[in-house]
Design a binder for this molecule. Structure first.
Ligand SMILES: *[C@@H]1O[C@H](CO)[C@@H](O)[C@H](O)[C@H]1NC(C)=O
Length: 248
């Protein structure tokens, strides 16, 4: 679930910097070390709430109005339709960026961001229906999906678009890859509140979390990837690409 967020964060940081061009100092094109340092510094400053004008509060927690994880392949041992509404995602403030590629003078080159985070939790209302390793599952209630020690990679690219004499990056492709060391699931009020069935299912899900994540990871990456894509697209459409970098 990363990260997904990573892109958001990086882009928000970049966007903010675009409005405050001298503080912190922007990086040169393709200067991955500088960009990593800059973004990590901004994160640390932001989480200590040093500058309310940055208005980044909503990143921690991040509101997820709605998200669907749909995994319906015939042969998969997990076939579920899982919907989250009005969830809150915690953990963005502790993301550490480790490597950045791209962000070159040519905006259309592939941009890649690598990051790690310790605990990433999505909390809030869910609805689930389907089948998990032969067992039927259904319910509506509050859930907690937690991913621990996650590594994330976001890759995105787009087209160069001219507007009012400036070049913008129109992001049209974003791929997210996340690898948690472990995944923890909790679904409250499963099976219409049948406590024994619900408790058993939660134990079962967590005992098999590796296999379940194996089957649902791609759908989760897609769901988050789509969210990030919207945000990344939005940020780059508001700021001319060159304005995000120090000019030689
Ligand atoms: C969510 O689950 C994680 C892992 O089980 C736990 O550490 C955390 O306290 C839970 N968060 C909430 C708000 O219940």
């Amino acid at each position: 679930m990363t990260g997904v967020i990573l892109a958001i964060v990086l882009c928000l940081s970049v966007a903010i910097r675009a409005e405050f061009p001298d503080d912190p100092k922007p990086c040169k094109y393709a200067d991955g070390d500088c960009i990593v340092k800059l973004v990590n510094t901004m994160f640390q400053e932001r989480s200590s709430a040093a500058d309310p004008s940055l208005n980044l509060k909503q990143l921690e927690p991040l509101k997820i109005d709605s998200m669907t994880v749909s995994q319906g392949e015939e042969k998969s041992p997990v076939a579920i339709n899982l919907k989250f509404t009005n969830n809150l995602l915690y953990g963005i403030k502790d993301i550490t960026f480790t490597k950045v590629k791209g962000f070159d003078k040519d905006p259309t080159a592939v941009h890649e961001i690598k990051a790690v985070t310790k605990v990433f939790s999505m909390i809030g209302p869910y609805t689930i229906k389907g089948k998990v390793l032969i067992l039927p599952i259904s319910g509506t209630g509050q859930s907690n999906i937690t991913l621990v020690n996650m590594k994330a990679i976001i890759r995105f690219s787009g087209k160069a678009v001219e507007k009012n004499g400036e070049t913008y990056l129109d992001v049209d492709d974003l791929k997210l890859s996340i690898k948690p060391e472990s995944a923890h699931f909790y679904f409250g009020n499963l099976f219409n509140g049948d406590k024994a069935l619900g408790d058993n299912m939660n134990v079962f899900l967590n005992e098999n979390s590796e296999a379940i994540y194996q089957e649902t990871g791609a759908a989760i990456e897609k769901a988050f990837g789509d969210k990030f894509m919207e945000i990344v697209k939005d940020v780059f459409s508001k700021h001319p690409y060159a304005k995000l970098f120090a000019q030689e």
